[in-house]
Design a binder for this molecule. Structure first.
Ligand code: ADP
Ligand code: ZN
Length: 568
């Protein structure tokens, strides 16, 4: 590592070493290379651009949407002995003029600006003078919350689209470093593209939370409530959060828990956007100050709350994405002590989620008066919905995988540091072949469960061969019905009772056939379309099954084998 960078880290921030990933980011920036840092909140992103900013000649611009945090950043940099500044609407116009003048005179090493500022012609002229030969210089532009540039993300900000034009208009191109906590491949590609990053050094790190235990339980609705009651009763000395997907569920569950906990002299709090301001504030304070151990809440609860001693987070329902889940579950164990995260789920959760996606699609098509919106960009709306279905399927994969839960999520985030090997070609949710099975993390419910291995090669082959001639036309249930030999109206209407393969899996249980379909999809042999009524098509690996039977030699040397793991 560059000694000077280490010195800077010590001198200004008092830290003895860089965290994993920080050093590579700093190194890349100092060597003049663009960089993309994907790190969760709290992993130490700011150091990655602050250290170079303090070392490079000229003014580093930091684009950040969080105007309220700029002041904090500047104050702590000032306290560290650096020369920071910010320019935003909280300053009066004369104050802004002073900041700009001083910046041109070389007073500052770093300046925080909101993205909207980049479109201001006065600011543009200022930056151009600074970056021209003989000017003080702009060696680095750091873009915080860079996922805001992506329309795939949930926080898209049109003002972010101006960033690349701003940079391009500078007489000399600075190094560009982007930072985000959103790690999906899609969003990452978008950031590189929209910010025009040039072969950026990409660092994804810091997602693992070793002190958290992850558990998944498939339970019916009643069984969920019973499970939670029992868990809370057994952990009544501990602080925990229970997330529900609707306000109604929050009200019911918190009442039920309070009743159940009455003999122990405690009650459950509740929190959702439907409560009055006073009650919300009061309930939150009761929880934070440990007067009430359990908080039952919608996802409206938790933003900006940093309670260190939350010992468990239970999800009574399935969140909309792995990201949302990891963020909410991650509120457990902030103090570094062991904590648990459980996700309870059943088919109703996914039905509700799909319903909500369709509802949002319908709602987007209407204006405030309930009239159709002619200006609606149908294509964009469709893309957004497909994206939400994709996120939901990955959530489904998490619920159904028999592999290590922690590994599933880290793989999803692309966290290289915590993974045994680089990404395999397989789709998300793919369980490793058993031969390559690692011992797992030892701290998730799947790693602690004994699974039976079962060879279902024949079932898998029958399914793929049945899907092949009618790919993309039927859903999972209908395909399973036909293979099972069901003689119902839908099967007859679709003439599947006349198809080759009808009844081929007569002796196999319906649930088993559907399970194998899911697992085939998870490992890339089949694919499932997004939508309220998903249909099954072939996946990229289907040739490994079909190539064999067609005997054209296209298949790989190893014969197709398919095993699944079941809880024993
Ligand atoms: P982020 O911007 O990713 O949310 P911050 O930059 O605010 O994270 O850093 C989170 C915390 O970690 C801060 O308290 C910061 O001082 C600390 N930190 C960052 N880098 C290091 C390091 N190399 N050594 C020790 N602490 C660090
Ligand atoms: Zn595990």
């Amino acid at each position: 590592m560059n000694n000077q960078a280490l010195d800077t880290l010590k001198t200004y921030f008092g830290y003895g070493s860089f965290r994993p990933g920080q050093d590579r980011m700093v190194q890349a920036i100092l060597s003049g290379r663009d960089a993309l840092g994907v790190m969760p909140t709290g992993a130490g992103k700011s150091i990655c651009y602050q250290v170079p900013a303090l070392m490079l000649k000229g003014l580093t611009l930091v684009v950040s949407p969080l105007v309220s945090l700029m002041g904090d950043q500047v104050r702590s940099l000032l306290a560290a002995g650096a020369h920071p500044s910010y320019l935003n609407s909280s300053l009066t116009v004369p104050q802004q003029n002073t900041v700009l003048r001083r910046a041109e005179d070389g007073w500052y090493q770093i300046m925080y600006v909101a993205p909207e500022r980049l479109a201001d012609p006065r600011f543009m002229e200022f930056a151009q003078r600074l970056a021209s030969p003989g000017g003080y210089g702009i060696p680095l532009v750091a873009v915080d919350e860079a996922h805001c540039v992506s329309q795939w993300g949930q926080d898209f900000r049109p003002s972010y689209l101006q960033i690349s034009a701003f940079i391009e208009a500078l007489p000399q191109r600075p190094v560009v470093a982007a930072f985000t906590a959103t790690a999906t491949e899609r969003v990452r590609e978008d950031i590189v593209h929209m910010l025009d990053l040039r072969s950026p050094q990409t660092v994804v790190t810091g997602f693992d939370r070793p002190n958290l235990f992850f558990g998944v339980e498939e339970l019916g609705d009643k069984a969920k409530a019973a499970w939670i009651r029992s868990y809370v009763a057994q952990h009544n000395q501990e602080s925990g959060i229970i997330y529900c997907s609707t306000r109604k569920a929050v009200d019911e569950l918190s009442a039920e828990l309070s009743l159940a906990l009455m003999p122990q002299g405690i009650r459950a709090g509740r929190y959702h956007a439907g409560l009055g301001n006073d009650e919300r504030t009061q309930n939150q304070a009761d929880f934070i100050d440990d007067r009430v151990p359990v908080m039952v809440a919608t996802n409206a609860f938790g933003m900006g709350i940093d309670k260190p001693n939350v010992r468990y987070v239970i999800h009574n329902n399935v969140p909309e994405s792995i990201e949302a889940y990891y963020q909410e579950a991650g509120r457990a164990g902030r103090d570094g002590d062991p904590a648990s995260c459980y996700l309870l789920w059943n088919g109703n959760d996914f039905r509700l989620r799909r319903f909500l996606i369709e509802k949002s699609r319908d709602a987007a098509g209407l204006d405030e008066d309930g009239l159709p919106r002619p200006d609606l960009d149908q294509e964009q709306l469709e893309r957004a919905c497909q994206n939400r279905y994709r996120l939901l399927r990955q959530m489904e994969g998490y619920c159904q995988t028999t592999g290590c839960l922690r590994e599933y999520m880290l793989r999803y985030f692309g966290d290289e540091g915590a993974l045994p090997d680089a990404r395999t070609g397989a789709q998300l949710g793919a369980s490793q072949p058993l031969s390559a099975k690692s011992d797992g993390c030892g701290a998730c419910s799947n790693c602690l469960t004994e699974f039976e291995v079962e060879d279902v090669t024949q079932v898998a082959r029958a399914i793929v061969e049945f899907v092949a001639p009618r790919a993309g036309r039927f859903g999972k249930t209908l395909i399973a019905d036909a293979l099972h030999g069901a003689n119902n109206e839908r099967v007859r209407n679709c003439h599947l009772d006349e198809a080759a393969g009808y009844g081929a899996l007569e002796d196999c249980q319906m649930a088993r056939i559907k399970d194998v379909v899911d697992q085939l999809a998870g490992r890339g042999y089949l694919s499932v379309s997004q939508g309220q009524y998903p249909v099954i098509a072939l996946g990229p690996r289907a040739v490994e099954v079909l190539g064999e039977s067609s005997g054209d030699g296209a298949a790989s040397a190893t014969p197709f084998e398919f095993t699944i793991k079941r809880r024993s």
